[in-house]
Design a protein around this ligand. Structure first.
Ligand SMILES: Nc1ncnc2c1ncn2[C@@H]1O[C@H](COP(=O)(O)OP(=O)(O)OP(=O)(O)O)[C@@H](O)[C@H]1O
Length: 899
């Protein structure tokens, strides 16, 4: 039964006296992690509790040691005693520092706290002939939305892995048949390999039942989203997955979802652009390759969101940009209006920043706990206060949106006119006090919860509250008396861990013997502030807790009744959370634009960027990056980019992909002008400089990535390839690059291909749709005139680079010893001479090559033109045969030319 913080039985409270002991106990004696909202292996609360307990133990020993010294006249120089005293003091401080550190870390990462994984995914694969057919269902524990998907995947299971990486799951569930002893499926192996840090759970195959899945959806799906039933009725695998998922979530959360309360959505892979996980990593969309903590990512550039929902939405949009130009333009219209109307921007931002996590709120509201624990009661009351707070923000939100002009903002305004919001608020106001509101600080919130329900609704509640008030007053009175007794400036304080305690500023107080009166216990001192308690105060705290538990229990019953009355209207909150997160994201886009001169993108058949720059580089560097132009059309859809090392090739390639993603999520773009063709997939193959793998595995990684691109690319893809073939020998590298290029040239995908193999540049002679571009560098001789220095312009120009041996030049700039560079130069010249000799050919071979290249080019032109390709091919084949009959090709030319 003890499987998580949320679900441990209530009797533990009594056995262990209070919840903190219970949590502590639970974490020590159960190896399972918390499933609620804390991350494995132990949640922050329990971490602090354990340290608090350790602290108390050491404090006790320290006090004993100290009192021995003062009372029994034992020499303090007694070695054991001194040691005990010192060790305990040190341990005490270590604990304080650790707890302090844990809080600092928690607060510093508060911005990203909502990014902590909270998604559980169930995956199932078809068997026999249906192998490769994948069903997936996921639920975010912070949001009551179930997302289903079903698709066919190939043997590399790239789609499943990509989808899972986008979801960043906390836990993955699969059927136990996927890993029968000694007989694991390929999908199982791939998932466990790729998600090493994710908890993996297998459940019996019988729970993957499509009939049960359909029943679940019929029961739980809110009527507004019930059309999903039509979509998924015959999608057996996603139904099977959702059955196992919901059963499992109910089990771990120890609660069931209220009927007709969940949003259920089917997500086909065709609505959003696909970005595979390694491309997302290469492009530094969410994590920076050098430092996973810093915000030098596309997310970091665009994230000025104020709510957790807004930030989650931005994250998911970056990973899955939109495909529909109309929807994107609707978003862009909003961003434009926000940029033009400053008042609208600031008033909207002010309201949005006051919203709490609406999705999480909904998620808790639609769950019915299986056991009525104090924690469950407290959480329901808190959430009702949050709900009131959220609904009270609707009027200011509507006021901010009232004068807006764009269709999306107007639609949002109209959605907020939904009468159900008013009905819910009215019902809440009948039961809950008008001045009950969400406030910061645990004592404030405790008071709000305690007095939330109006008086005269339940007379026992009123009596309990009076008792509670009297105890709190008694505590305050007792502390004042203690202050007067000892003539000390004592203050009453409260923390959720300690309850009420006493604080004193020691700055202007001279303590007799430098010590507090012996009546005070559990003394801690941080800077100049003493915190302590007394035996009486501890007793009063317990009485206070007791009466609070009663209050919570009675309030909970009233709140549950109220919630049962408003459940039927609660689905309008899905709409609200959608509106809030979307507005937050659009405001964030507008905010990013105000910090840098971005431009509104257009959507055409051409990728044209005038003076575009890299958005992340701009954030990192002091100076604005050098901007460049890009022009890719169907007629010239394959750009080869050359240039010396460090000239800016990779940066340029990434910049284009980032601009494309920004445009497709509805953001403005870092450029003077930009037009994009909607990309259905964005693929990148970019070598990582800090790859610690061996050369051979780097090569295998390259091959895997390129295979993935070849298998999945289509005419509407954007493909970025940087330094392919660098993990093997030059000849083989060129060979691989050449054949990959030829394959990709058959597609109308927009491809940018950066390479150091200058031999590839000649491919433009065969394919008219290939264009060569290069990065210019300048050579400057130093004062003595014998050493050359390269200056990088980062400017892209037409044609391929004329630079030779730039690797050697780059090496010269580095700290490689001059003798080695001299050797390298000699060897390079020798090899180059040998290659030249091998390449020398007779005039006849040269003539035949030229004719053959012409024929191939004609075929290519025919392929790219809109003429009837079959008749043209027959005509050209005839021509070729005729030519071969009259003038047979040499063996060399034939092998080179292929068919
Ligand atoms: N447009 C730019 N404006 C300013 N600085 C730039 C620009 N492009 C690149 N740089 C700087 O130059 C450095 C090297 O760029 P990059 O890695 O793109 O070169 P590269 O040609 O791909 O090098 P290599 O061939 O060795 O991989 C970057 O880290 C960046 O600091």
């Amino acid at each position: 039964m003890l499987n998580d913080c949320n679900s441990f039985p209530i009797y533990l409270f009594f056995i262990l006296r209070n919840s903190s002991h219970a949590l502590y106990f639970l974490h020590i004696f159960t190896p399972l992690k918390c499933h609620s909202l804390c991350s494995p292996p132990i949640c922050d609360i329990c971490f602090v509790l354990i340290f608090t307990h350790l602290y108390m133990v050491f404090e006790f020993i320290e006090n004993v040691a100290h009192s021995l010294h003062s009372t029994s006249h034992v020499e303090f120089s007694n070695l054991i005693q001194v040691r005990t005293y010192i060790v305990c003091s040190i341990m005490k401080w270590v604990i304080i520092i650790n707890v302090f550190y844990s809080f600092t870390v928690t607060s510093s990462s508060a911005v990203s706290a909502h990014m902590v994984a909270s998604v559980i995914v169930a995956v199932v694969e078809g068997r026999g002939l249906a192998r490769g057919e994948i069903g997936m269902a996921s639920i975010d524990l912070k949001s009551p939305e179930v997302v289903l998907s079903q698709f066919a995947d190939n043997t590399t299971y790239a789609k499943v892995i990509t989808k899972l990486k986008i979801l960043t799951p906390l836990e993955i569930i699969m059927s136990n048949t996927a890993c029968d002893t000694g007989n694991t499926t390929k999908l199982f192996n791939l998932i466990t390999e790729n998600f090493k840090n994710v908890t993996f759970t297998t459940v019996q195959r019988k729970y993957f039942s499509e009939t049960k899945g359909l029943e679940y959806i019929e029961q739980l799906c809110a009527s507004e989203f019930s059309t999903v039933l039509m979509e998924v009725q015959s999608k057996y695998y996603c139904l099977a997955a959702v059955a196992a998922l919901l059963k499992y979530v109910e089990f771990i959360q120890n609660s069931v979802y209220a009927p007709k309360s969940l949003k259920v959505r089917f997500q086909g892979s065709e609505q959003t652009a696909m970005i595979d996980s390694s491309s997302a990593q290469n492009l530094e969309l969410l994590t920076n390759n050098r430092d996973s903590r810093n915000g030098h990512t596309l997310f970091g550039v665009l994230n000025y969101t104020k709510t957790p929902g807004g930030s989650r939405r931005l994250r998911s949009n970056i990973l899955e940009p939109l495909l529909d130009a109309e929807t994107i333009n609707t978003r862009l219209d909003c961003v434009q209006e926000l940029l033009q109307d400053e008042e609208l921007f600031f008033s909207l931002q002010a309201v949005i920043s006051r919203f709490l996590d609406t999705e999480q709120l909904l998620s808790v509201l639609v769950q019915i706990p299986k056991q009525d624990t104090v924690k469950a009661a407290e959480s329901k009351i808190t959430n009702l206060i949050y709900l009131k707070h959220t609904l009270e923000l609707l009027d200011p939100l509507k006021a901010a949106l009232r004068s807006c002009k764009t269709s999306l903002l107007k639609a949002y305004y109209n959605s907020l006119e939904d009468k159900r919001f008013g009905i819910i608020l009215e019902k809440i106001k009948i039961v809950i006090n008008d001045d009950t509101r969400y406030t910061k600080g645990c004592l404030n919130m405790r008071t709000q919860k305690c007095y939330a329900v109006r008086p005269n609704i339940n007379e026992f509640l009123d009596i309990a509250r009076r008792t509670y008030t009297e105890i709190v007053d008694d505590i305050a009175g007792m502390i004042t008396q203690l202050g007067e007794k000892y003539n000390l400036p004592l203050k009453m304080s409260f923390s959720s861990a300690r309850g009420f305690f006493i604080q004193m500023n020691a700055e202007c107080v001279a303590l007799p013997n430098g010590q507090l009166p012996s009546e005070f216990t559990k003394i801690t001192k941080v800077k100049n502030a003493y915190s302590f308690t007394s035996a009486d105060l501890i007793k009063m705290n317990e009485r206070c807790q007791e009466s609070l538990r009663e209050i919570y229990h009675m309030t909970y019953l009233i709140v549950c009744k109220l919630l049962s009355e408003i459940y039927e209207h609660i689905h309008c909150l899905y709409k609200l959370s959608d509106i809030v997160s979307m507005l937050d994201m659009l405001l964030s886009f507008a905010h990013a634009c105000t910090l840098s001169d971005y431009v509104r993108p257009e959507f055409t058949d051409t990728l044209a960027i005038k003076q575009g720059w890299h958005p992340i580089l701009e954030k990192i560097s002091v100076e604005k990056p050098v901007s460049n132009n890009t022009y890719i059309t169907e007629g010239s859809n394959f750009i080869i980019i050359t240039g010396p090392n460090m000239s800016g090739k990779s940066t340029y390639l990434k910049q284009i992909a980032l601009c494309q993603i920004m445009a497709q999520i509805g953001s403005y773009v870092p450029a003077e002008y930009s037009s994009f063709r909607i990309a259905e997939q964005i693929f990148t193959r970019i070598g990582m400089d800090d790859d610690i793998e061996t050369n051979s595995s780097t090569f295998m990684k390259e091959m895997k990535e390129i295979t993935y691109i070849i298998q999945n690319a289509n005419d509407r893809s954007l493909i970025i390839i940087d330094e392919l073939g660098r993990g093997t020998s030059t000849e083989e590298g060129i060979g691989i690059c050449y054949s990959v290029c030829e394959y990709l040239l058959n597609l109308k995908a927009f491809t940018l291909f950066a390479t150091h193999f200058l031999e590839l540049c000649h491919i433009d002679a065969l394919y008219p749709n290939v264009e060569n571009n290069h990065f210019e560098v300048h050579h400057v001789r130093n004062n003595s005139g014998n050493k050359e220095k390269i200056t990088y312009t980062y400017i892209l120009s037409k044609g391929h680079t004329e630079e030779k041996n730039y690797g050697l030049k780059a090496a010269e700039v580095s700290s490689l010893p001059p003798s080695i560079i001299l050797d390298a130069k000699e060897i390079t010249t020798h090899i180059a001479r040998q290659i030249l000799q091998r390449q020398r050919a007779t005039p006849e071979i040269l003539r035949q090559r030229a004719v053959y290249h012409l024929a191939t080019r004609l075929v290519q032109t025919a392929r790219n033109s809109r003429l009837d390709p079959d008749s043209l091919r027959i005509y050209l084949k005839g021509l070729k045969k005729k030519y071969e009959a009259n003038c047979p090709m040499s063996e060399e030319a034939q092998t080179e030319g292929g068919q």
